[in-house]
Write a protein that binds this ligand. Structure first.
Ligand SMILES: C[S@@+](CC[C@H](N)C(=O)[O-])C[C@H]1O[C@@H](n2cnc3c(N)ncnc32)[C@H](O)[C@@H]1O
Length: 285
């Protein structure tokens, strides 16, 4: 059984500049390094079942950066502990069905994933069955799924060593409460890391992002009041290493055109080019 080597992942992601370059636009060289990191990650996933989800995610316009970003923050944090081999209890908030929790479980860690309900993925897989897939029998750690609303998590304070959320918080009606809950359930000194789309307009964009220019500052204020930076906050900017417009046009021009028409009809800004935000924080004692 291949174990995801977290110190190698941490070193490779640092070399690729994932999560350590701060508020800068990425150069073409970074896109090449990111691709190398993605290829390496694919090679670490022994399970064909989870490989399918990992490959699909790495082809998605934002997840191609978000999966390596979150995995590399978790890897860097675990590798920086006094005993990097000691198993951690980690929380995948609004997990859906994807391969990140599986990869961390292969490295020997214990994962709990939650989502609103047992809703099927596009392929028809339920989180509860994905998280109890037979391929998990071979991993050193464990994975457990339970349904939960991220706005009111059913866990005591300081329950997890680390918490992460990928591309989910922006879809919740109160993203700031969701981050408050993530911080609450993480132990002091533990890692809180997440990615989210941020709409570059003053209000929410229905069905796409509740996080926008207005409440992004509130989110930063919440984080500043109870956490320290683990790495510099990072913005990925479409048309650079990511391209929402290009990918939507390529995969479904009709969908993009319908979206634009709907926005025009309801008076929303036309084609907001979402920025993708990644943050990694340490909960203060
Ligand atoms: C875009 S998907 C991302 C899923 C997964 N993190 C990934 O990267 O593939 C967003 C997820 O957020 C979940 N979600 C939305 N609102 C939620 C809430 N209030 N509580 C828990 N999960 C929620 C959805 O059910 C969905 O699975």
């Amino acid at each position: 059984m291949t174990r995801l080597n977290l110190s190698e992942l941490a070193a490779r992601s640092a070399a690729a500049g994932v999560g350590v370059s701060g508020f800068v636009s990425r150069q073409q060289a970074d896109a090449v390094a990111l691709k190398e990191l993605q290829d390496w990650l694919l090679g670490q996933c022994e399970s064909q079942y989870f490989l399918h989800y990992l490959r699909g995610g790495l082809q998605h316009w934002s997840r191609r950066w978000e999966y390596p970003y979150v995995l590399s923050q978790v890897a860097r944090w675990i590798s920086s502990r006094a005993d990097p081999a000691a198993p951690c209890t980690l929380f995948d908030n609004a997990c859906g069905v994807n391969a990140t929790a599986y990869l961390l479980a292969t490295a020997g860690h214990h994962l709990i994933g939650t989502d609103l309900g047992d809703q099927p993925s596009a392929e028809g897989d339920l989180p509860s069955s994905a998280w109890s897939h037979p391929d998990l029998a071979a991993v050193g750690g464990s994975l457990h799924f339970q349904t939960a609303d991220s706005l009111a998590l059913p866990f005591p304070d300081a329950h997890f060593d680390g918490s992460y959320s990928i591309s989910s918080l922006e879809h919740m009606p109160d993203p700031i409460q969701a981050v408050r809950e993530m911080i609450r359930v993480t132990r002091p000194g533990g890692l809180v890391t997440f990615t989210m789309d941020v709409a570059p307009c003053p209000s929410a964009v229905a069905d796409e992002s509740q996080v926008n220019r207005s409440n992004f500052a509130d989110l930063q204020a919440l984080l500043a009041s109870s956490t320290d930076f683990f790495s510099p906050p990072c913005f990925m900017i479409p048309d650079d290493a990511l391209s929402w417009r290009q990918d939507c046009r390529r995969s479904s021009g009709l969908r993009a055109a319908a979206g634009q028409l709907r926005r025009r009809l309801v008076g929303q800004p036309e084609t907001p080019d979402f920025h993708v935000f990644g943050g990694a924080y340490i909960k203060r004692s």
